[in-house]
Write a protein that binds this ligand. Structure first.
Ligand SMILES: Cc1cc2nc3c(=O)[nH]c(=O)nc-3n(C[C@H](O)[C@H](O)[C@H](O)COP(=O)(O)OP(=O)(O)OC[C@H]3O[C@@H](n4cnc5c(N)ncnc54)[C@H](O)[C@@H]3O)c2cc1C
Length: 484
């Protein structure tokens, strides 16, 4: 398989089919963009490497935080708004999340979910039972199935109903762009202008390469968590972590961005998780911890504050002997866990172990019973019989990526300008978690994916409505015209 590359050419070869908007990736971000582009009357083609739209979205729990939706109000949560949500995001990130993106995403997500609910048949519910740590109120939205697989299936169905074309088994490997021009009236040696994208090339399963011209390109192909070399280089804190996301997180957006001179930002930000069952490779909901469960290492000792957040817990778990910990909980929390499909699947795979008393639990963990008894005494909300799951620290997805403005336009490193027709959103772009593993607030991933798709579509709608800008005209490509 070829590596992501840039081809410099003034135009695509004659006869190349052309579309107003091409979108790389059919996960939550790309599909949301396609739905909202269709609402704006703009035709788009999504190129997806897999045979079906899935991505990390299908592997996720499908929980989306939003403030001020109709669903939230109907559930009686009236005291929430984008400003309060933004404050929670910044509190978790200690003020280091990009303010323009936090504002843009928290303002966009409620209208996006309302539109998906009212006009596209996604019957969201507000997650009940507990409040995710760091969120001041209940604002996690989910479909009845409580799975990312159901979310991506519903988004795909809505995108197709809206008229989007999803080209599957189309692995985008080449972006074609015009040669970079010098800034008008710039002194010699001044930064070049960001180049215009003219199209892309994608590989079919047999290796044949096909090409598509586009007037605008949206990168919605997620991050670099599945590229071990990039994780070592850009996110060393997570280099020992199990990667739990989709194989498509191969760093393509970063590779293209570097070759195009795009700015990159917040590369140390990510969604880690401190409760990834081994050897099953399954998510164990962090609700067990927020509701009173504890983690012990193989010496039977607690080693961090389990209420701080699951992302930073990944690093704490990885620092324990063997990179292993045990989630310890009781009957009450077992019942809570069983309300999550991920947990049910993990239990069916044999992840949940049982111990009638502390001595049996110590034998399971392989630690000294007296030490474990002292540890359990620090968790007064728990009572035997015990249940335990062996876990490690995992990397779910990266939150750093191509730097973007509040319209999801990719920024050029040398000139600071936005590329004329290149956008990025979701995991491909800079997120809202700052530059460290502890900055991730639950739901930041799907927040930036779905809000980003919504914002990108709005940006392209505005571009289609604006009078043609001669400095950005392109003789070989159609503008992003609205269809009749
Ligand atoms: C186990 C787990 C649980 C999670 N739970 C939650 C949760 O409950 N809430 C939350 O907010 N976040 C959660 N996340 C994070 C969330 O899944 C991601 O942030 C989100 O799905 C990103 O959406 P996306 O559209 O950017 O990427 P994706 O859903 O990964 O979609 C990107 C698509 O691009 C395709 N692609 C990639 N490269 C190319 C290429 N070169 N050519 C063509 N196609 C390409 C991929 O195949 C993929 O389909 C979880 C993640 C994991 C791993």
């Amino acid at each position: 398989m070829s590596t992501p590359r840039i081809v410099t050419a003034a135009a695509m070869p004659a006869g190349t089919p052309a579309v107003p908007v091409a979108v790389v990736g059919a996960g939550a971000c790309g599909l949301a963009a396609a739905i909202f582009l269709a609402e704006a009357g703009i035709e788009c083609v999504l190129l997806e490497r897999d045979a079906r739209a899935q991505g990390s979205t299908a592997l996720s729990s499908g929980f989306i935080p939003a403030a001020g939706t109709r669903v939230q109000r109907a559930a009686g949560v009236l005291e929430d708004d984008p400003g309060r949500f933004a404050a929670d995001i910044q509190a978790k990130a200690k003020g280091r999340a990009a303010p323009h993106l936090v504002r843009a995403c928290t303002e966009a997500i409620a209208p996006a979910l309302d539109a998906l609910e009212e006009r596209h048949g996604l019957a969201f519910e507000l997650l009940g039972g507990f409040v995710y740590p760091g969120h001041a109120v209940r604002r996690m939205h989910t479909l009845a199935e409580r799975t990312g697989a159901a979310l991506v299936a519903a988004l795909e169905a809505a995108a197709v109903r809206s008229g989007a074309t999803i080209l599957t088994e189309a692995l985008v490997r080449e972006l074609w762009c015009e040669p970079a021009a010098a800034a008008p009236a710039a002194p010699a040696g001044a930064a070049a202008m960001p180049p215009r994208i003219v199209g892309l090339g994608f590989e079919r399963p047999g290796g044949a390469v096909e090409r598509l011209a586009c007037a605008h390109l949206l990168l919605a192909c997620n991050g670099f968590g599945g590229n071990a070399a990039m994780v070592r280089e850009l996110l060393p804190a997570m280099q020992g972590a199990a990667f739990a996301g989709h194989a498509g997180n191969d760093g393509s957006a970063i590779a293209w961005g570097r070759q195009l001179g795009a700015a990159l930002a917040d590369l140390g930000g990510c969604q880690g998780h401190g409760s990834w069952a081994v050897p099953q490779g399954a998510l164990i909901t962090w609700a067990l911890m927020t509701e009173g469960g504890i983690q012990v290492n193989t010496h039977g000792r607690r080693f961090h504050d389990e209420t701080a957040g699951y992302s930073e817990a990944s690093v704490e778990v990885l620092a324990q002997p063997g990179g292993i910990a045990w989630d310890v909980f009781d009957d009450r929390l077992l019942a809570l866990g069983r309300s999550f499909p991920d947990f049910v699947a993990a239990e069916a795979a044999g992840a949940v172990r049982h111990a009638a008393d502390t001595a049996a639990l110590a034998a399971l963990v392989g630690c000294d019973a007296a030490t474990l008894a002292r540890t359990l005494a620090t968790a007064p909300r728990l009572a035997p019989p015990w249940h335990a799951i062996k876990v490690t620290g995992a990397l779910f997805h990266t939150q750093g990526g191509l730097d973007i403005d509040d319209q999801c336009r990719v920024l050029h490193a040398a000139s600071g300008r936005a590329f004329p027709n290149l956008l990025a959103a979701g995991g491909a772009a800079r997120g809202v978690s700052g530059d460290a593993v502890w900055g991730y607030l639950s739901g930041n991933g799907l927040l930036s994916a779905i809000a980003g798709g919504f914002i990108a579509a709005r940006t392209l709608g505005a571009a289609a409505a604006a009078p043609a800008n001669p400095s950005h005209s392109c003789s070989t490509l159609p503008p992003p015209e609205r269809s009749a």
